[in-house]
Write a protein that binds this ligand. Structure first.
Ligand code: NAP
Ligand code: G4F
Length: 329
């Protein structure tokens, strides 16, 4: 039987790596878009960590280059396209607003255009974000909650989100959006707060440093495990009709509380090590995100499987091993 074929943009990122692994386990032929880098030796580190680097066909391309996307879509003719590529770090989006708009916003439209022009039979997934809720308009956010983006990143994601809806309604594409709340893992980029904390805990535990500087400890997020969340992406593309879904755990926790979990797992007290550095505060903060995943549960049969305690423990353990072996990711 011919394997199902999927194309993932952002395959070298956290979610791309877990999704590729998930699809390979289900017998998919997996293709990924790879942007050219002068550091080609490190760019597939996450795929190597999961032991799948040699199992994916990589194609040279960039979200800002429509011609490369049309070429890859035409060559691969995938049944499913997952658009995960983005400038995804919110804080950087104030320093690079135009690049964030070009990649995170217009880049998604380039992928939609490539699908429409080169292979409209493909089902399309857009990586939308809970950041779009920003200055929250309801205490618990669902698909019906109005958006209020608070960063160039969130504004770019909102544009991409509505363009996905528009291509569905205008051209009949099977285009779905997952409004995913924060999800983390040992493959999370080191600049994001959970990974920064678990890496910091490992360094302090091993005597490599004494303090960890953080920004707003009162911010609250609905944190899940990336491994669980890629399954929701796949389930959306298995539905007869395309749609939009909130994907979340339904539990919100402060940065402070995540620190307590991570430091506590290593037998440390966060109060002895965490310092607040005002330079790490953001020009506009998203104070709290708290998702309602009822629709994903009802229509997709999806629910988060990993507790925050288990997630923090896994991340601390992996970072301890990495620091002991002088490995970096
Ligand atoms: P990530 O680790 O930052 O990965 C981003 C990926 O995009 C990387 O593979 C990166 O390639 C690629 N990329 C960046 N610019 C590109 C360009 N111009 N052309 C082609 N590829 C490009 O992000 P993630 O955490 O896996 O998130 C995946 C997606 O979900 C993103 O769109 C993110 O905004 C969205 N999202 C994430 C979360 C979350 O909590 N993780 C929640 C909601 C939505 P390099 O490896 O070369 O840098
Ligand atoms: O880990 P963060 O940088 O993630 P943020 O901004 O919530 O964005 C992530 O989740 C979004 C989904 O809601 C994605 F769309 C996006 O791509 C990304 O994956 O920050 C989380 C919170 C913020 O409130 C931040 O101000 O942690 C706070 N924080 C406190 N100290 C810090 C720090 N964040 C970072 N990165 N570094 C700190 O030192």
């Amino acid at each position: 039987m011919h394997a199902k074929c999927a194309l993932i943009t952002g395959v070298t990122g956290q979610d791309g790596a877990y999704l590729a692994s998930f699809l390979l386990e289900r017998g998919y032929e997996v293709h990924g878009l790879l942007r050219r880098s002068a550091s080609a030796d490190v760019v597939d580190a996450r795929l190597k960590w999961l032991g799948i680097a040699g199992k994916i066909t990589l194609h040279d391309g960039n979200l800002t280059d429509l011609s490369s996307l049309i070429r890859v879509l035409g060559e691969v003719r995938p049944a499913e396209v997952y658009n995960l590529a983005a400038q995804s770090f919110v804080k950087s989006s104030w320093q690079q607003p135009l690049l964030t708009g070009a990649v995170t916003g217009m880049g998604a439209v380039n992928v939609l255009e490539a699908v429409r022009i080169a292979y409209p039979e493909a089902r399309f997934y857009q990586a939308s974000s809970s950041e779009m809720f920003g200055l929250i308009q309801e205490p618990i956010q669902s698909e019906k909650t109005p958006f209020y983006p608070r960063s160039p990143y969130a504004a770019a994601k909102l544009y991409a989100h509505w363009m996905t809806v528009n291509y569905r309604e205008s051209f009949g594409l099977h285009a779905s959006s997952g409004i995913l709340f924060n999800h983390e893992s040992p493959l999370r980029g080191i600049e994001f707060v959970t990974r920064k904390i678990t890496d910091g805990v490992a360094r302090i535990k091993l005597g490599l440093s004494e303090t960890l500087a953080l920004g707003n400890l009162d911010a609250k997020r609905d944190w899940g495990h990336a491994r669980d969340y890629v399954k929701a992406m796949w389930l959306m593309l298995q539905q007869d009709e395309p749609d939009d879904y909130v994907v979340a755990t339904g539990r919100t926790t402060s940065v402070w509380e995540f620190c307590e979990l991570a430091f506590g797992h290593a037998g440390l007290r966060m109060e002895d090590h965490v310092v607040v550095d005002e330079r790490l505060l953001r020009p506009a903060e998203v104070d709290v995100l708290h998702g309602n995943p009822a629709k994903a549960k009802e229509k997709l049969g999806w629910a988060a499987e990993t507790s925050l305690e288990a997630l923090a423990a896994e991340m601390v353990e992996v970072d301890l091993e990495r620091q002991k072996r002088h490995e970096h990711l």
